[in-house]
Write a protein that binds this ligand. Structure first.
Ligand SMILES: [Zn+2]
Length: 331
């Protein structure tokens, strides 16, 4: 069963005791922001005409960091990827990535980054991952951490199998190009023209989680189950077709969700990439929340937030364009 924004209200209203929980202190809180996509270039538009404020997005990030620091109880920050836009002049890429990372580092605590397609348009993995402090072996960008013993965060690498970011002759590039050739007959592989239904996701700016990463995910979820941990899965690319554009979803979202659905430990999946944002609950009761993009806030407005984590819910407190969302689940 799937819920949209109205569904969210319904969940809140129907979950007995939510109101009485409001006064309870969270176990911990963390900051969240997606798709800053900064570039020192004039404002522009997305391919469907939505305005993009490339310079203003850095101000959104600065205000976010200030707010997280003022809050004083934000344990860490999750950046959902795409920190620099693909239109950033390539001779500026390294400096601009460093500039944005530097803004994140003004936060008084750890910042966990994930990579997005726009990051990879600017820099190859071997240059990008060290700048983002992503622990990596052989260019992999997936990892997990446990902020408190009861919770585990899993960060997936949605561009593991991808035609961008790896060297051109890398097996992962070749595998991605093979998938695109089979699934997308267009010469322009970022065009969904003629693709029907869920097949519209087979675009070059998306990617897949590879076999090794799937096995790693299975192992982490098995371990989390043993340790009775609740898991939050984070990925730049959304994993649920519920309220996400079909053009924005992970190529093998179904394989990833099949692994996740083998366990009961995953409660919430968080993503970026689909700038309009959204919220759905899948057939196993897992919440999927795609965060609205910082890039698309009209000047003077914001899109960032923080998430209060409780035993049986995650409560996203959004600013301006980022909608607040209560995500209740069985503990
Ligand atoms: Zn993206």
């Amino acid at each position: 069963m799937l819920f949209g924004w109205k569904g969210t209200t319904h969940i809140m209203a129907s979950a007995n005791g939510v109101a009485s929980l409001q006064g309870k202190r969270p176990l911990f809180s963390f900051g969240a922001i997606a798709d800053v996509q900064y570039a020192d270039i004039p404002d522009g538009h997305s391919f469907i005409g939505i305005p993009r404020y490339y310079r203003h997005s850095l101000l959104v990030l600065q205000r976010a960091v200030q707010k997280w620091n003022n809050h004083q109880k934000i344990k860490f920050v999750m950046n959902f990827g795409d920190i620099v836009d693909g239109h950033c002049p390539k001779d500026q890429s390294i400096d601009v990535v460093k500039e944005v990372v530097n803004e994140f580092e003004k936060f008084n605590g750890p910042v966990y980054h994930m990579i997005g397609n726009h990051c990879l348009y600017n820099l190859p993995r071997d240059k990008l991952l060290p700048l983002l402090n992503i622990p990596s072996i052989d260019g992999r960008a997936y990892y997990d951490f446990s902020p408190i013993p009861e919770y585990r965060f899993v960060v997936l690498d949605g561009y593991d199998i991808s035609a961008i970011g790896w060297p051109q002759d890398h097996p992962n590039t070749l595998e991605a190009l093979k998938i695109l050739r089979e699934k997308n007959p267009n010469t322009e592989k970022n065009s969904p023209d003629g693709l029907v239904g869920m097949d519209r996701r087979f675009l070059m700016y998306n990617g897949a989680v590879g076999k090794e990463q799937l096995e790693w995910l299975d192992g982490v979820l098995q371990d989390a189950t043993k340790l009775k941990q609740k898991v939050v899965v984070c990925c730049h690319l959304p994993l649920d077709p519920g309220f996400t554009s079909r053009e924005a979803i992970l190529w093998n979202y179904d394989e990833v969700m099949d692994v996740i659905h083998c366990y009961n430990c995953v409660k919430v999946c968080l993503a970026g990439h689909d700038h309009q944002g959204g919220h759905s609950v899948d057939s196993h009761g897992i919440h999927h929340r795609v965060l609205e993009a910082a890039l698309e806030c009209p000047p003077g407005t914001d899109a960032f937030g923080y998430i209060d984590v409780y035993e049986n819910r995650l409560s996203l407190v959004g600013t301006d364009q980022l909608q607040s969302t209560d995500m209740c689940f069985n503990p």
